[in-house]
Design a protein around this ligand. Structure first.
Ligand code: PLP
Length: 379
């Protein structure tokens, strides 16, 4: 028998209680009791974002909320910096170009983190730059960009900081207000333990006047329209009612457990996995700021990363992720975020060992499992 196990950085496993919550009979999105459900979703998002500002909910994948952060802040021809250190950074550039803005690229080699001084220098040179777009976690490389420092840099200028936190929201702490992040994007299918389908965008006070002046075309993703509606606990369009049921249950789980414990356990799984990787004689692809939410492992020479991914999926039904573009074949990526336990991590370690062994890598099979167990056992 084969069981599907999701250990990829999205989608991630959904807890049984959340699946059951989503199976509740549907109610109408304009029914009076839906307002209470909407209120709970707004409150929960504010808890995870650590913000007093409005966090909007959209029925879309994460990229929809990214697009909203372009069309609601900029006008045609506006200059905006984007950090390009991987596949998702590249996406900010594509969005900016698609809407006729002038993207100023901070190119970061894959596996490395952005240097806030570079953004500071660009902003000092040109005060007309409207915003800086960055990922909190560049999922394609496993690197965290220095969001807190970038926020500090942006606050010394007129520019807003827009953070794509889709892959680490609820995996690592990102206090929107305390750090001064102006706009932060999230999604349902990563550490929030839900199926794909919802996207979120937190909009801080510095972003609101900029939004009023933005002249890029927008309709479905208009923040102005959504803010007016969601403040009254309703969506401008039909809400994803069943996903809301699930999201409320996720927030209950997170509250019962405590966010600090969620962050600490994610970090512990990453440490245990890191110990296994070291025992195999392998290194993280992230040369700077490796994220606890996922690990990108650099393959030994002669071993194809895609073959490892295929081995796990084909033989064991375990889904991890390979590399993209220039990292294709060179890495494989394993998630530690969301509804994943130490035994899921041990399972990943054990399965990867069997794959590496089967593909001819010369190492001591079992050494990774033992190293990971050691870390979990000491906790
Ligand atoms: C998953 C992810 C997204 C969202 O991608 P969608 O496929 O649109 O949901 C955006 N940014 C990052 C960093 C991600 O990891």
């Amino acid at each position: 028998m084969k069981k599907v196990t999701l250990l990829s950085p999205g989608p991630t496993p959904v807890p049984q209680r959340v699946l059951l919550a989503m199976a509740q009979p549907l109610i109408h999105h304009r029914a009076p009791d839906f307002a209470g459900i909407f209120q709970k979703v707004r409150d929960g998002l504010k808890m995870v974002y650590e913000t007093k500002s409005e966090v909007l909910v959209y029925s879309s994948s994460g990229t929809g909320a990214m697009e909203s952060a372009v069309v609601n802040l900029l006008s045609p021809g506006d200059k905006a910096i984007f950090v390009n250190g991987g596949k998702f950074g590249e996406r900010w550039g594509s969005l900016l170009r698609a809407y006729g803005c002038q993207p100023l690229e901070i190119k970061v080699p894959w596996g490395y983190a952005a240097d806030p001084a570079q953004a500071a220098a660009l902003l000092a040179q040109d005060p007309s730059i409207k915003a800086v777009y960055v990922q909190a976690l560049e999922t394609s490389t496993g690197v965290e960009h220095p969001v807190e420092e970038l926020a500090r840099v942006c606050r010394k200028s007129n520019a807003l900081l827009v953070v794509d936190a889709v892959s680490c929201l609820a995996a690592t702490r990102l206090p929107m207000d305390a750090w001064g992040i102006d706009v932060m994007v999230g999604g349902s299918q990563k550490a929030l333990m839900l199926p794909p389908g919802l996207a979120f965008v937190g909009i801080g006070p510095r972003a609101l006047p900029v939004m009023k002046e933005s002249r890029l075309p927008k309709f479905y993703f208009s923040w102005d329209k959504e803010i007016k509606n969601q403040r009254e606990n309703k969506g401008a369009f039909t809400s994803a009612v069943s996903m809301f049921f699930g999201l409320i249950d996720v927030f209950e789980m997170l509250r019962e457990y405590g966010m600090d414990k969620v962050y600490a356990e994610t970090a512990l799984r990453a440490r245990a996995f890191g110990a296994a990787m070291e025992a195999w004689g392998l290194k993280s692809y992230a040369r700077q700021n490796p994220s606890p939410a996922l690990t990108a492992v650099e393959c030994p020479s002669g071993i194809d990363g895609e073959a490892v991914v295929k081995w796990l999926r084909g033989k064991y039904g375990i889904f991890i992720a390979g590399g993209q573009d220039e990292a294709k074949g060179r890495i494989f990526r394993v998630a530690h975020m969301g509804y994943i336990t130490e035994f899921d991590t041990l399972q990943a370690v054990s399965a990867i060992e069997m794959a590496l062994h089967g593909l001819g890598y010369d190492f001591n099979m079992g050494s990774g499992v033992a190293a990971a167990q050691q870390v979990f056992g000491e906790d």
